[in-house]
Design a protein around this ligand. Structure first.
Ligand SMILES: Nc1nc2c(c(=O)[nH]1)N[C@H]1C(S)=C(S)[C@@H](COP(=O)(O)OP(=O)(O)OC[C@H]3O[C@@H](n4cnc5c(=O)[nH]c(N)nc54)[C@H](O)[C@@H]3O)O[C@H]1N2
Ligand SMILES: Nc1nc2c(c(=O)[nH]1)N[C@H]1C(S)=C(S)[C@@H](COP(=O)(O)OP(=O)(O)OC[C@H]3O[C@@H](n4cnc5c(=O)[nH]c(N)nc54)[C@H](O)[C@@H]3O)O[C@H]1N2
Ligand SMILES: [Mo]
Length: 768
């Protein structure tokens, strides 16, 4: 039997069917028990009208040269050019800026998920390219885990280690009796894994967990965040989880149910935290009555939940969304503190997890082996920003930012290079972002599709998709590594990012360093060989490259013993010190305290978010907007695919409302509505959901930004991108993460004429 032709995407592995040089279908991988429908629906989009087919230059730049009329970004039509013309223009601009202003004036942080293929991973490619060309201003952290990536190493260990070591599901099934999921474990999110998701198993795992007799509690504003017949739903006001956790901790302590021995032997800083908890410091006990007024949860339910937690083997989990909010550090720090007080950290089925359900492989029983990765090389430029501070940086050259105990100065960015991300999808307060984006001299984007970010560029270079090139797909803790063989010829004149950067490197004199003399197949062999060596350390025996490529797949052996997070540390905290200053779990951190940040002091606290349902100013914009991850796509990728489009309401992104909130506004199911606040407005399609706490609305991210008139500041977005509404504020001075989930809005019925959606159409082209 011949192996089918396979490809891998972040949401799954698919069998590629072809006819006459075209992809006719993408069929779910036979070995995936619960494949995602996202991938099966995109074949037509790959060759459809939204593709970037030729290099394109914004008209003002084409006519007036680089730097011409930056305020017309997103407004001018484009001129299609030859590859040589476009590459000469881009290389010339990089050379000019680096000579005149220095490499720190080039921002190539280029955040974004790009493709599952690990060699053609565009963000790695652009970083490597710029490093070989003298360096660039980059970013640290992610939108996903902005607060967590800076906080967690100071109090437990780095986030990647936590995700890699989290207790495996088979252990949970056997030992866990109460699973409390703050932010739920959304099946929609577990469709996806960074680098691929060859086997989806969250739904199966949840069913087995329930069948094994484990009680599951979904603490979330949305019932849909945890599917399952027997799941208890504990609705909570957004951004108030830290207050609930404090009250649970208060209950444990009040009844002497906290594990003093564990707090003494494995933690540091508990006594100062306890003074805050009891109110000995500020006169306010953080008890159930106090938390009830903040969270909207009845005090009795808090008391009862605390008792159940102390009485049995309990796993506490926080979704990543909890820390994508103002003061997002606090629920994470409190989760760890609460788990430490319960004293079950390191026991099978007990303790804490961060993001079971956030991505497919969290808690998978596979080894934490990551597969091939393209080395990016050293960056000679040391200037960087926390990733979500991009608009601040572009708007305020020379401005200062406090971050994790340091003071950073924003560089004066003259050139922006993006490949594999969509900032006009992912950044907050897009109207502010538009103004920021029009500041630099030049913006270059490599893209497959005419996304909003491509339309907002000066030069757009057309990139191939995974179906048009050879690559290797691989995700940490995933079961299969995938040989992603080229299935079709490049669409239009598209080139691989690697080919684009090779051609630019040639012009910039860095070709040898960037390519190391390898073509794509030689790189795949080289990266595979390195990962084959590393795999041995995980008891994974990978076949030789030739055999892997011929077979199309390599299977990772499952470790003999399923992981129990922090078991070694529990057994012997001296031999298995944590990488924190004390070697212990830091309930109190002297380091963080020494920074003297009132928005993130030395132990976990409750701090009011900038916008929330409990605030006095909530009057004008009385609804809390959660812009969560979409179930029909990955971020903005394939928003133009059939599955995503089928979910829209009259072409717009759905906004979910509680039926009573809708009725109070005269809104019915299927109405087009205007969602707005002081920062912006968009149209959306109303969907009523009784499983949503009153006062909360949700609108998934990913609808391509589609302004009614790009020449008008703050233009209405016709299509439903929630980021025209979201707050662009760092979570705290400690971590400066993204606060997208802290946003208040109002919703009204839209009775006027409906503007046509133009998001998926290419821009206007001008023929000189
Ligand atoms: N309001 C709000 N905003 C959010 C979030 C939220 O919760 N709420 N979540 C945030 C989070 S967690 C994240 S991770 C970000 C995600 O933000 P992004 O990662 O920027 O979003 P994607 O849509 O995945 O963008 C990837 C882009 O890369 C392009 N691409 C794919 N493959 C290739 C390739 O091979 N080459 C090139 N050149 N391009 C390619 C795709 O066409 C797409 O435009 O969004 C953040 N934004
Ligand atoms: N299908 C699909 N899956 C994805 C992605 C995607 O784009 N599409 N993106 C992937 C990426 S990049 C990431 S980072 C992860 C993100 O994983 P998460 O950050 O966990 O994802 P979200 O969907 O933002 O949030 C999960 C749920 O948390 C709830 N929630 C929001 N705020 C609060 C709060 O303050 N308190 C409580 N208790 N609940 C709250 C919301 O109802 C939401 O549905 O998802 C990944 N999975
Ligand atoms: Mo993310």
């Amino acid at each position: 039997m011949s192996t089918p032709l396979l490809t891998s995407m972040h949401w799954g592995v698919y069998e590629v069917e072809r006819e006459a040089g075209r992809v006719t279908a993408l069929r779910p991988f036979a070995q995936d028990p619960d494949p995602s429908p996202i991938g099966s629906s995109i074949a037509a989009a790959v060759t459809g009208p939204t593709r970037v087919r030729r290099p394109a230059v914004r008209r003002s730049v084409y006519e007036g040269g680089p730097g011409a009329a930056p305020e017309r970004r997103g407004i001018d039509p484009f001129v299609e050019t030859s590859w040589d013309e476009a590459l000469d223009l881009v290389a010339g601009e990089i050379a000019r800026v680096r000579a005149a202003r220095g490499n720190a004036s080039i921002y190539a942080g280029s955040y974004g998920w790009a493709s599952a293929g690990r060699f053609h991973h565009a963000q790695s490619q652009v970083h490597r390219f710029m490093n070989c060309a003298g360096g660039y201003t980059g970013h640290v952290g992610t939108y996903s885990l902005g607060a967590a990536r800076t906080l967690m190493p100071r109090i437990v260990m780095p986030m990647d280690d936590i995700i890699g070591q989290m207790t495996a599901w088979p252990v949970l099934e056997e030992h866990c009796r109460l699973f409390v999921a703050f932010g739920g474990m959304p099946g929609k999110n577990a469709q996806v894994g960074t680098g691929g998701a060859s086997q989806h198993w969250l739904r199966g795992g949840l069913a087995r967990l329930a069948a094994a007799g484990c009680s599951i509690v979904n603490v979330s504003p949305a019932r849909a965040d945890l599917e399952g017949a027997k799941v208890e739903w504990l609705p909570i006001r957004p951004n108030t989880d830290a207050a609930l956790m404090l009250a649970l901790a208060h209950e444990l302590r009040a009844h002497g149910r906290h594990n003093r021995a564990f707090l003494d032997s494995h933690c540091t800083g508990y006594p100062a935290f306890e003074r805050y908890l009891t109110g000995a410091g500020d006169g306010q006990p953080k008890d159930a009555r106090w938390a009830s007024a903040i969270t909207g949860i009845a005090a009795e339910r808090i008391v009862e939940l605390a008792a159940r937690m102390a009485a049995q083997r309990t796993m506490l989990n926080a979704s990543w969304s909890l820390q994508r909010a103002d003061h997002g550090e606090q629920p994470y720090w409190m989760l760890v503190t609460l788990a430490a007080m319960l004293g079950q950290v390191g026991l099978p089925g007990g303790g804490f997890g961060l993001g079971y359900g956030a991505i497919n492989n969290a808690g998978a029983d596979g080894a934490a082996f990551s597969g091939p990765t393209l080395p990016q090389g050293p960056n000679a430029v040391k200037t960087h920003i926390p990733v979500a501070r991009i608009a601040d940086m572009l708007l305020d050259p020379g401005g200062r930012l406090e971050f994790d105990g340091q003071t950073l100065a924003y560089p004066d960015i003259r050139l922006v290079y993006w490949a594999g991300g969509n900032p006009f999808h992912h950044h907050q307060d897009l109207n502010r972002m538009v103004a920021a984006w029009r500041r630099p001299d030049t913006v270059v984007v490599n893209e497959q599709y005419w996304t909003a970010s491509a339309k907002m560029a000066d030069v757009v270079l057309p990139a191939t998709t995974m179906l048009e090139r050879d690559d290797i797909g691989s995700a940490t803790r995933d079961r299969f590594m995938v040989a992603m063989k080229r299935a079709i010829d490049p669409v239009g004149e598209a080139r691989d990012d690697y080919a684009i950067f090779s051609a630019l490197s040639e012009r910039l004199g860095s070709h040898a360093a960037y390519t190391e003399g390898r073509d794509t197949m030689q790189w795949l062999r080289h990266l595979y060989a390195a990962s084959r060596e590393r795999a041995k350390g995980f008891d994974i025996a990978l076949p030789e490259f030739g055999e892997f490529w011929a077979r199309g797949l390599a299977e990772m052996a499952v470790p003999a013993k399923a992981a129990v997070f922090l078991a070694g540390f529990r057994a012997d905290p001296k031999a298995h010190r944590l990488p924190t200053p004390s070697g212990r779990i830091e309930i109190g951190s002297d380091t963080i305290a020494s920074f003297r940040y009132d928005d993130c002091p030395g132990h976990p606290v409750w701090r009011e978010p900038a916008e929330w349902l409990g605030a006095a100013h909530a009057g004008r914009y009385p609804l809390h907007l959660l812009s969560n991850q979409p179930h029909t796509k990955l971020h903005s990728q394939y928003d133009h695919g059939a599955y995503s489009r089928a979910n829209k309401i009259r072409g717009r992104e759905p906004v979910l409302l509680n039926p009573e909130d809708a009725a109070a506004r005269g809104i019915s199911e299927g109405d087009v509505v205007r969602v707005f606040n002081a920062r912006g407005a968009c149209l959306a399609g109303a969907r009523l959901d009784a499983g949503l706490l009153r006062g909360v609305v949700t609108m998934a991210t990913g609808a391509w930004y589609d302004p009614l008139d790009a020449a008008v500041a703050g233009a209405l977005d016709k299509h439903g991108n929630p980021n025209v509404l979201t707050l662009d504020k760092g979570t705290s001075r400690l971590t400066q993460g993204c606060s997208a989930h802290t946003t208040m809005v109002e919703v009204e019925r839209h009775d006027g004429p409906l503007p046509a959606i133009t998001a998926f159409e290419p821009p206007h082209f001008h023929t000189p």
